[in-house]
Design a binder for this molecule. Structure first.
Ligand code: BES
Ligand code: MN
Ligand code: ZN
Length: 503
């Protein structure tokens, strides 16, 4: 998809040649004398259009308008969330049309923030995403070009650029999470990471079974041992900051298929366990976006990738393994494998002396029960980090919700036969999983995102969502330190002059 940002006035929008013109409107009667403003004014006064978010009025070959179709799209209060539902509804209405060039106009809205522009572009990218990798005759994407029209570029530019970068990252995340497991093996996932290594400031290193054994990742290896596919440990680096600057580390769960192992899952919907590398896919997507946006910070991505399979060589319930940290783990349930691959990756993260480590994982069915598909579960031992992630979730409309980590939740992980068991009871399953991980994250500020409910949609619109790439990217951008040049000294040392605080 080709996105373009233009400054246009309301009358100019009417003369812009395109197949469909989507006009975002709040419900206030537009004052203009151009045909679209007049049409909107009529519709509002007749009560046929009220500007409520997501409401549509669809017109064809309107006199004086160059576009074939005009869609008035209710943008409610003009917030990012309202813009998202407006564009989502409008793109839905264009789904089975031949529209090749679409113009989305923000010009009739009184205030247009960067988050609103981003939401509009991302809703458009989401609506037009097509999975095609394993189809013999892929459906053609008719829509080729989307023009975003605003009356002033001021804040629109930043939101637009961010959205275009995010759209590329999210498309990559969706692609890999959607791929069937035989088209997304650990080796193929590592190859996808290596492709990212060709982009500016990104370096990739891939470790195989021998190197992982040498590191002593006995927990990760235990999960992989039942599969014919060799494991991969993927290390990505984005070096956009100063050399000495401590990186943020992202750790993505990369189970390319989760059968449950010997504690095998029921057959129904097991196919969906191909997205059990959704955390890994979100790390890849985030790196793709970093390559576009080029922020001044250092980021490390770690992906333990393997299959979880039942086999003569599989790890068995009751087996005790030694993790890279030295802690021994009793594997009571081989289906609680995500935490077993993540714990060794968390220990590996120590070597980067990170500012913060965030792991992202389709970790528990319990999190789906707790929060559904609206908010990712967020766990953190660090209040400042938790706050940054919550704020990033809000601003990007990629929401999360902080969950508790009281030590009492870890009681069920006690066992006579090892330092820790990999499961507790059914109660509070998302939290006990996080408590397990926390044991391996004591040496840095740490947060865990359980994306089991948010990375994937079941039902009719079955497929990957591209989440939580928007959250991660906003979080990372919030971690960029203010530049300390001679001309603009560090903010902390020079309080802002009073006259500027109200600017
Ligand atoms: N990958 C699953 C979690 C999952 C479930 C993700 C549903 C997406 C949708 C994970 O490896 C798993 O199997 N977790 C178990 C843990 C249990 C054995 C303690 C679960 O949630 O049932
Ligand atoms: Mn599992
Ligand atoms: Zn899993």
């Amino acid at each position: 998809m080709d996105f373009e940002l233009k400054t246009l006035t309301s009358p100019r929008i009417c003369t812009e040649k395109c197949d469909a013109l989507i006009v975002l409107l709040s419900g206030e009667t537009p004052g203009g004398a151009d045909p679209v403003s007049k049409m909107a004014a009529h519709a509002i006064s007749a009560g046929d259009f009220d500007g409520k978010a997501g409401k549509l009025l669809n017109a064809y070959r309107v006199q004086g308008v160059a576009a074939t179709r005009v869609l008035l799209a209710g943008a409610g209060d003009g917030s990012a969330k309202s813009i998202r539902s407006a564009v989502h509804a409008a793109m839905g209405a264009l789904k089975n049309t031949n529209a090749r060039r679409v113009l989305i106009s923000f010009c009739a809205l009184s205030t247009v923030g960067q988050d609103a522009v981003r939401a509009g572009v991302l809703a458009c990218a989401d609506a037009t995403y097509l999975y095609s990798t394993t189809k013999s005759k892929p459906a053609e994407q008719k829509l080729k070009q989307v023009v975003v029209a605003v009356s002033t570029l001021a804040s629109a530019r930043a939101g637009f650029d961010k959205a275009v970068g995010l759209a590329k990252g999210m498309a990559l995340t969706k692609e890999w999470a959607n791929r069937p497991a035989n088209h997304a093996t650990p080796t193929m996932l590592a190859q996808a990471a290596k492709e990212l290594g060709k982009l500016p400031k990104i370096k990739v290193e891939v470790l195989g079974p021998k190197e992982v054994a040498k590191l002593g990742m006995g927990s990760f290896m235990a999960v992989a041992q039942g599969s014919e596919e060799p494991l991969r440990f993927i290390v990505l680096r984005y070096d956009g900051g100063a050399k000495a600057e401590a990186p943020v580390v992202l750790v993505g769960k990369g189970i390319t298929f989760d059968t449950g192992g010997i504690s095998i899952k029921p057959a129904a919907e097991m196919d969906e366990m191909k997205y059990d590398m959704g955390g890994a896919a979100s790390v890849l997507g985030t790196f793709r976006t970093l390559a576009e946006l080029q922020p001044a910070l250092n980021v490390v991505g770690l992906i333990p990738a393997c299959e979880n399979m039942p086999d003569g060589r599989s790890v068995k319930p009751g087996d005790v393994v030694t993790s890279m940290s030295g802690q021994t783990i009793e594997i009571l349930n081989t289906d609680a494998e995500g935490r077993l691959v993540l714990c060794d990756a968390l220990t590996y993260a120590e070597r980067f002396k990170p500012r913060a480590v965030v792991d992202i994982a389709t970790l528990t069915g319990a999190c789906v029960i707790a929060l559904g598909g609206v908010r990712s579960g967020m766990f953190s031992s660090d209040d400042a980090l938790a706050q940054s992630l919550a704020v990033a979730g809000d601003s990007s409309l990629d929401l999360c919700w902080r969950m508790p980590l009281d030590d009492d939740y870890a009681d069920g992980l006690k066992t006579h036969f090892a330092d820790v068991a990999n499961v507790a009871g059914r109660a509070g399953g998302a939290i006990t999983a996080a408590k397990f991980l926390q044991r391996f994250a004591g040496k840095f500020a740490w947060a865990h995102l359980d994306i089991a409910g948010t990375a994937w949609k079941s039902g009719a619109a079955k497929g990957a969502t591209g989440r939580p790439v928007p959250l991660l990217v906003d979080f990372l951008l919030s971690q960029v330190l203010p530049a300390r040049t001679a001309k603009s000294p560090a903010r902390t040392r020079s309080p802002k002059p009073a006259s500027r605080t109200r600017a």
